[in-house]
Design a protein around this ligand. Structure first.
Ligand SMILES: OC[C@H]1O[C@H](O[C@H]2O[C@H](CO)[C@@H](O)[C@H](O)[C@H]2O)[C@H](O)[C@@H](O)[C@@H]1O
Length: 588
């Protein structure tokens, strides 16, 4: 299969920006644009490198108290005084105090109580187990903590914040993630549907459509510093689930052409041609322009690229931002699990990922269904053809007959990445295979599942088996991956695996809730109830998508889910600190 793999020349070229795919990526040309303070330039560099904030996101989320010209003027004076010398911390602190305020201290991002929230949604009656009924009630209360709305000032007063305006209230992930995130929102919506919050869900989807209309593509999140990258394309699926839940097809009728733009964006900026065994296919990759370090993780990226030539630096920034676009920031998927490899070796935009291509197939199927219903004959034909083609590409380019699973393919040498990754199950969720092969695929999945003893991870399916220290790797387990795998197993007729995945996950989150009274962003697959760890920021709690997936599983199995017996739950709780490699090995 590898023989005869060709990469089409020019793949290395970065050719995408959200506004105009042909223009080079630059934050902003107007010196009085806030992006020249909070996304780029000497002030950003000085503040972030001074270590004044342990988390670089703190600075770029601050609001401007004065004005950009005042900030530029004040900095000019400071720069003239210190020249090439580092600016003392006291001067930086005074400068920040004079011109910025923390996001908590102002009214641009307001707490918001969703108008259709009720203390007793119907799901509470459906869940039979009394402990889980209590858990569902607690989770329902968490929506109140995670609801936010933007003040109209965000829209009217330009250059005061990096926030991007959306008109309706929304649910944030939680912790340091105070804004609306793209792919998180799909999983959050599942929870809102389960809690009968259809108005809130509608408002959130309309926010997404508003962003797409205004910016031409979906950004990673509602901050201007995310403007060069997207996230896994799940908007069409959000709308499709909304229509299923409410039978309100008018959302599609009104927005069909806008929603098509999401696909146009991926097609015009992320599509490449690959040839495998003499056959050329169109496939998709995560690939965004990035002119420099991510503003919200400036110090980290600066140090990752520090010792590189200017050309290598740009390659690294592109690989980093593209990994963020994948939602898997960061993971050995993007740098190969090999001793000594780190995020410095990332080449994300040269990889053809299984999950992205499966999502695109699902999107074409959704568009095919909608255009049939809207009686748009040309579109029905077009999307049928595109759906068939990408399905064929997923089989020819990503399926490995020997191991019986789909793998990411590296376009640099044509090799498949044969490491275990939960993303390898995504085509099951999106049904990106020929129906006739379903039974055979189910058998191969069982083999694959057993080969890695996946049944033994009571804290959820591991993300990968590679201990890289990054958060989208061993031993972490993440809510979106459990949902995709669980529903995917069911789609091919493996209900036992589907249920087991769901039941382990709910038990894991419940155990953690009893112990710590919070819901984590990610968990440890080996130790139910423990937070996951690693990566560039501290463990976060909240947490939007974890809550959403819990509700979805409760909705799917209201009468079957039960917590594990208390004895089993008495697992020695270790510290939340990262383990040393030796400790890691002793546990596995
Ligand atoms: O600030 C570092 C990175 O944080 C985000 O990524 C993580 O959180 C997101 C929100 O829950 C989630 O969508 C993503 O999958 C996580 O890895 C952000 O999306 C990144 O772009 C950002 O650089």
């Amino acid at each position: 299969m590898l023989k005869g793999f060709h990469r089409i020349p020019g793949l290395r070229k970065c050719h995408s920006t959200p506004f105009n795919p042909r223009s080079p990526c630059k934050w902003a040309s107007d010196p009085n644009d806030i992006r020249n303070i909070l996304c780029d330039g000497p002030i950003l560099h000085a503040v972030q490198m001074s270590n004044v904030f342990p988390d670089c996101k703190t600075f770029v989320d601050m609001n401007v108290k004065t004005s950009i010209p005042a900030i530029n003027g004040a900095w000019k004076t400071i720069a003239a005084q210190y020249g090439k010398q580092p600016v003392p911390m006291t001067t930086i602190l005074k400068f920040l105090e004079d011109h910025f305020e923390t996001v908590e201290g102002d009214s641009q991002l307001e707490k918001w109580v969703p108008t259709d929230w009720t203390p007793n949604p119907k799901i509470l009656d459906k869940v039979e187990d009394s402990e889980y009924k209590y858990f569902a009630k607690e989770l329902n209360n968490l929506w109140l903590k995670l609801g936010r709305k933007m003040n109209a000032k965000v829209e009217t007063e330009k250059n005061k914040t990096t926030l991007l305006y959306v008109p309706n209230g929304f649910i944030i992930p939680g912790g340091r993630f105070r804004e609306l995130y793209y792919w998180d929102t799909y999983f959050i919506l599942l929870g809102l549907f389960a809690c009968d919050m259809f108005q809130t869900a509608k408002g959130i989807i309309e926010n997404m459509i508003y962003l797409l209309k205004n910016h031409g593509s979906m950004f990673n999140g509602t901050r201007i510093y995310y403007q060069f990258r997207s996230q896994p394309p799940l908007l069409l699926k959000m709308v499709d689930e909304y229509v299923d839940a409410t039978q309100d097809f008018s959302m599609v009728e009104k927005n069909f052409r806008v929603l098509e733009r999401e696909m146009i964006f991926w097609e015009s900026t992320r599509k490449i041609k690959v040839t495998v065994d003499g056959k050329t296919h169109d496939v998709f990759r995560y690939n965004c322009c990035m002119p420099g370090p991510r503003p919200e993780s400036y110090r980290e990226d600066y140090s990752t690229a520090e010792k590189s030539s200017n050309e290598q630096k740009l390659y690294k920034y592109q690989a980093i931002a593209s990994a963020c676009e994948s939602g898997w920031d960061f993971s050995s998927r993007w740098f190969k699990c090999k001793k000594g490899n780190t995020i410095k070796d990332m080449h994300t935009h040269e990889i053809i990922p299984v999950d992205l291509n499966a999502f695109m197939h699902m999107n074409y199927e959704i568009l095919k269904k909608w255009s049939t219903r809207l009686k748009l004959e040309n579109e029905t034909r077009k999307y049928t053809e595109l759906s068939d083609k990408i399905k064929e590409a997923i089989r020819d380019v990503l399926w490995d007959e020997l191991d019986g699973i789909w793998y990411d393919r590296d376009t640099r040498d044509g090799s498949l990445n044969k490491e275990y990754a939960t993303s390898n199950f995504t085509p099951l969720w999106t049904r990106s295979f020929n129906d006739k092969a379903k039974v055979e695929i189910a058998e191969r999945m069982l083999e694959y599942y057993s080969k890695y003893n996946l049944w033994k991870y009571k804290g959820g399916l591991p993300t990968t088996m590679c201990f890289s220290g990054e958060q989208w790797d061993w031993p972490n387990s993440w809510a979106p991956l459990q949902l995709i795998a669980s529903q995917g197993f069911r789609n091919v007729g493996l209900p036992v695996l589907g249920y087991k995945t769901a039941s382990n996950w709910v038990n894991n989150n419940y155990t953690g809730y009893l112990k710590h009274n919070v819901i984590f962003e990610k968990y440890d697959c080996r130790r139910p109830g423990m937070t996951g760890f690693g990566g560039e920021y501290e463990e976060q709690v909240g947490f939007g998508w974890s809550n959403g997936v819990l509700f979805q599983f409760m909705q799917e199995y209201p009468d079957r889910l039960k917590p594990s017996v208390p004895e089993e739950r008495k697992i020695p709780f270790l510290s939340t600190k990262s383990l040393s490699e030796e400790e890691e090995n002793s546990l596995t």
